[in-house]
Design a protein. Sequence first.
Length: 304
Amino acid sequence: MKKTAKTGIIVLLSIIFVLDALGCYAALTFFSAKENVEAKTVVTKNKDFSGDDQTNEQEVNVLLIGTDTRDDDGDGGRSDTLMVAHYDSKTKQPKLISIMRDSFVDIPGYGLGKINSAYAYGGAKLTKKVLNESFDLPINYYAIIDFSQFSDLVDELYPDGVSIDVEKDINLDGIDIYEGEQTLNGESLLQYARFRMDEEGDFGRVRRQQQVMNALANQSKNLIPILKLPKVAGEAIGKLDTNMPTDLIIDLAKDFLTGSVKELETLSVPVEGSWDFNDNTSAGSVIEIDEAANAAAINDFLAE
């Protein structure tokens, strides 16, 4: 064998060895960081969750719940943010459905109430059942994060901050956020997404939450240096209460990090013309909704 051929083979084998070593390093670092964070987190509320079967292998629906369990919060563990993320791995199309927290629905075993109370009553399992029955919306997996960890997660994954076009001056919990193009850290981004103390109330907040999710998705390919990513990603996933299998998380992360996904599409529920305010209920002020109309809108949105 000629010397040049031997040299080429040695170089090729060396490259393969280095890539394999980097892959093993990344995997070991990811799982080690994930397990280290999980060991410090005790999660019991959602262990009995059982997801609906996927209609096909390419499409997945993930229930996303943001909780606010601060000591001064009187909501008793209700879902402060309720979304369903849909992803089609074939078309690379992400979609996001945001559901108003004050939507008045039937909660099995508890009667009529605000949809965000379902999580307090029965965790992700009961919330999934409400979504199944009120909106004919199947849920395959869930992911829960407390607001106390959201800001840390953003700072870890986006150490240079997240660029966003702030729609108005906002002050919440002592944090000032100013109108215009801004680069926000995790805590400021959280307050921007939580704000609802204006004339729009939860409608404006849902719009800002979708704006935040869109910014996170669009800037995901500009995350931390690649060698630091496995450790930080493992720690981030470890902070979530989720039943998503690791291989699915890795596949989703790969698509978003390489920038191969399409622009995020969003839907707010209830849709226009399908709801009314009602201030005279046992649950206080609520949004009464036409469930059939919203179920149809959700089906059309996901089928597009």
